[in-house]
Write a protein that binds this ligand. Structure first.
Ligand code: RP5
Length: 187
């Protein structure tokens, strides 16, 4: 598992399929949840800081090269005035999956609104604020790679198995419920 967003996390010589990019290394604690899922499913990916505001030229270069490099999806996380996903999407038709990172003052509601309110014609698929969104964006990328006529049946089977395990964990949760007597009342 990678430990920093600078890590090029494609494990093998396989061409990188998914880019995980973020506005700052401070986003990594959230975005690593996307990286962990991609690692679990054996997807070749890279993780990079590509700040929309602090390195706009690099951001445009990244977007412009994405299709030619064979990227199937770009998972882009940013917080606050979160322009990274939308501006990447403006410069490439590679699907951009946006992850609103919780921000210091507005807890990521600002990030969510910045990412989700795209004008018609330039779509960004927007996920939940924080770690759930990062993980789900990666699961969505896995589903993109698994599905369709040119999909990967082995990957689809892995995704089905992941869901089945999750279902079993959820079913077992009932066993965790205990009835505590409520003070002054009936349990
Ligand atoms: C955004 O500004 C980044 O995505 C990050 O969420 C936020 C704060 O960045 P730092 O000041 O922590 O580098 O561009």
């Amino acid at each position: 598992m990678s430990t920093s967003p600078q890590t090029q996390n494609a494990s093998t010589t396989t061409a990188i399929q998914v880019g995980v990019v973020m506005g700052s290394s401070s986003d990594w604690d959230v975005m690593r949840h996307a990286a962990d899922i991609l690692t679990e499913f054996g997807i070749a990916f890279e993780a990079r800081v590509v700040s929309a505001h602090r390195m706009p030229d690099d951001m445009f270069r990244y977007a412009e090269a994405a299709a030619e490099r064979g990227l199937v999806a770009i998972i882009a996380g940013a917080g606050g005035a979160a322009h990274l996903p939308g501006m990447l999407a403006a410069k490439t038709t590679v699907p951009v999956l946006g992850v609103p990172v919780p921000s210091r003052h507005l807890q990521g509601v600002d990030s969510l609104h910045s990412i989700v309110q795209m004008p018609k014609g330039i779509p960004v698929a927007t996920f939940a604020i924080g770690t759930a969104g990062a993980g789900n964006a990666a699961l969505f990328a896995v589903a993109m790679l698994a599905g369709g006529p040119n999909g990967n049946p082995a990957l689809r089977a892995k995704l089905d198995a992941f869901r089945a395990r999750q279902t079993e964990v959820a079913r077992a949760m009932t066993n965790d419920l205990t009835l505590q007597p409520v003070e002054g009342g009936k349990a």
